[in-house]
Design a binder for this molecule. Structure first.
Ligand SMILES: O=C(O)CCC(=O)C(=O)O
Ligand SMILES: [Fe+2]
Length: 508
């Protein structure tokens, strides 16, 4: 059938890697898409590349000039002027030999390697940080994931930054190979609209209209929307009447229509919640929970008479009662945040999940770093966490700074597992606001906490008896717009015995 789905998929995968190869110059092993801050630093890389590229073109122009004058000299040589009647004058012979030799050497040198060798060296060095093929591909998948979570059509997603046909087509292909046929269809449709507007301009594209129609038909077919598939296959057949594969697909779709009872609407994204995590990320908080949230209170806290807090009490807000989630406002200043970001920037690397050194996973799209107490700001922040929570930092982990990238997120997880000396509690500092998305959500209890720069949220992951509190399952929602920075302090059980006495009760 139609070359078979697998064949079509293989062809798409090949095309994807081809497109990525064309777009991407080199792979430096440096990852961009998982940190918005790293993406923003690409502006600097672009400026550097622009300057070097300009110098390269100037040098190449000079080189061409030299080659042209060499060609002119060759033409002028009397020997070449009259090959029928070559001269026997020894001086002319010597002159010819010498000039030819010099010219030959010049040609060799000027054609063999670029006069501006520094540029080539720069292109293939680690100095210039260029996005890798994986960056382009993962960035595309992150955009599709954003569409899924926030139910976005291509027009919604591209409101700020329109995409050209090739970019949109590439996103369609990425969605298609991930079996996300509805999103693939919408990207191909978006591509078709631009294609039709620009068809007369004869622009160079990575695909043909026939290919696009085939993908539209195929995405609709796999989604189960047979009438739409038939429509696009018909369009394709009009342009390519002898295409046997299309005739076969048309026949197949028409036959299947008799047996299928459902006809899913490919044009409308289903806004019913697929899971409560995504619904919370979209701000769909239940009436009941939002009312309960409103009854919770705010107060000034001195951490039970902590001398450091008597003069500057903390602004404490109860965000949720069970499990208790407390927000501390203005726990860290903008200046301290800038310092923490500056220390972290050069040290960031892709976040991992799991025990030990962990593994890179799409569940957690961000870059992070654990900060030693080398800087006084890190020491002060750790001290403030100790003051606010009243807990010992003796066995706590180092302060972990995180920056999220394109569609950056951390899907539902528990901070604690079932090891010894578990993470008894989490102190999560928001080091930025987030324009859209990026909330911290607790799907089991229906809580969504919006990042607010300078504030922090705190909760216990364990009951007093040491068992995991299942209600603390949480997630960092995908960032739709903004550059989200957080800092985590994970506080462990050991050392808290006399501060938070354990309980034998099953319920505490
Ligand atoms: O960024 C967030 O909102 C949550 C981060 C988180 O849960 C974590 O890093 O463990
Ligand atoms: Fe977490």
């Amino acid at each position: 059938m139609f070359g078979g789905l697998d064949v079509l998929k293989m062809a798409i995968i090949k095309l994807l890697s081809f497109v990525a190869c064309v777009w991407v110059v080199s792979t430096t092993g440096h990852e961009f898409f998982s940190s918005m801050d790293q993406v923003m630093q690409l502006v600097e890389e672009k400026r550097n590349l622009l300057e070097q590229f300009n110098s390269f073109i100037n040098a190449e122009e000079e080189n061409l000039q030299r080659l042209r004058s060499g060609l002119e000299i060759l033409r002028q040589l009397s020997y070449f002027k009259d090959p029928e009647n070559p001269t026997t004058d020894p001086v002319a012979a010597y002159k010819l030999i010498r000039q030819l030799r010099i010219l030959w050497l010049t040609i060799i040198i000027t054609t063999e390697k670029s006069p501006y060798i520094d540029f080539q060296e720069l292109l293939f060095s680690d100095v210039l940080k260029i996005p890798s093929e994986e960056d382009v591909e993962s960035g595309a998948l992150a955009l599709i994931k954003l569409q899924e979570t926030y139910k976005l059509y291509p027009v919604n997603l591209t409101k700020e930054t329109p995409l050209n046909e090739d970019e949109a087509y590439y996103l369609g292909l990425n969605a298609y190979v991930q079996d996300k046929f509805q999103h693939a269809f919408h990207w191909f449709l978006y591509t078709l609209i631009i294609f039709n507007e620009t068809e007369s301009f004869n622009s160079i594209r990575a695909f043909t209209k026939e290919r696009l129609l085939e993908h539209l038909g195929s995405s609709a077919y796999h989604f189960g929307s047979l009438p739409v598939a038939i429509y696009f296959y018909q369009q394709l057949l009009k342009r390519d009447p002898t295409n046997e594969d299309v005739k076969y697909m048309l026949k197949l779709c028409r036959n299947l229509r008799f047996y299928r009872t459902s006809n899913p609407d490919i044009f409308t994204l289903n806004t019913e919640s697929t899971n409560s995590y995504e619904a919370l990320c979209r701000g769909e908080v239940k009436q009941r929970t939002s009312r309960r949230q409103r009854t919770l209170s705010c107060r000034y806290s001195t951490g039970g008479g902590n001398p450091r807090l008597i003069l500057a009490p903390l602004k404490e807000e109860i965000e949720w009662d069970e499990p208790r989630i407390v927000r501390y406002h203005d726990i860290i200043s903008d200046k301290e945040i800038e310092i923490l970001k500056n220390i972290s920037r050069p040290l960031l690397s892709r976040s991992r999940v799991g025990s030990g050194s962990g593994t890179v996973s799409n569940i957690r799209l961000s870059q992070g770093v654990f900060l030693e107490e080398d800087d006084v700001v890190v020491v002060h922040v750790n001290q403030r966490i100790a003051d606010a929570t009243g807990l010992s930092m003796e066995t706590a982990e180092l302060l972990h700074v995180q920056n999220y990238g394109i569609g950056g997120r951390y899907e539902t997880h528990y901070d604690a597992g079932d090891q010894q000396n578990e993470r008894i509690s989490t102190f999560l500092i928001y080091m930025s606001d987030v324009e859209i998305g990026g909330a911290t959500v607790f799907p089991k209890v229906g809580v969504a906490l919006q990042p607010k720069k300078g504030s922090a949220v705190f909760w216990y992951n364990l009951h007093k008896n040491g068992d995991l509190d299942l209600r603390t399952m949480h997630a960092g929602c995908p960032v739709l717009m903004g550059n989200k920075w957080v800092a985590n302090k994970w506080i462990h059980e050991f050392g808290q015995e006399f501060i938070r006495p354990c309980s034998l009760s099953e319920w505490e």
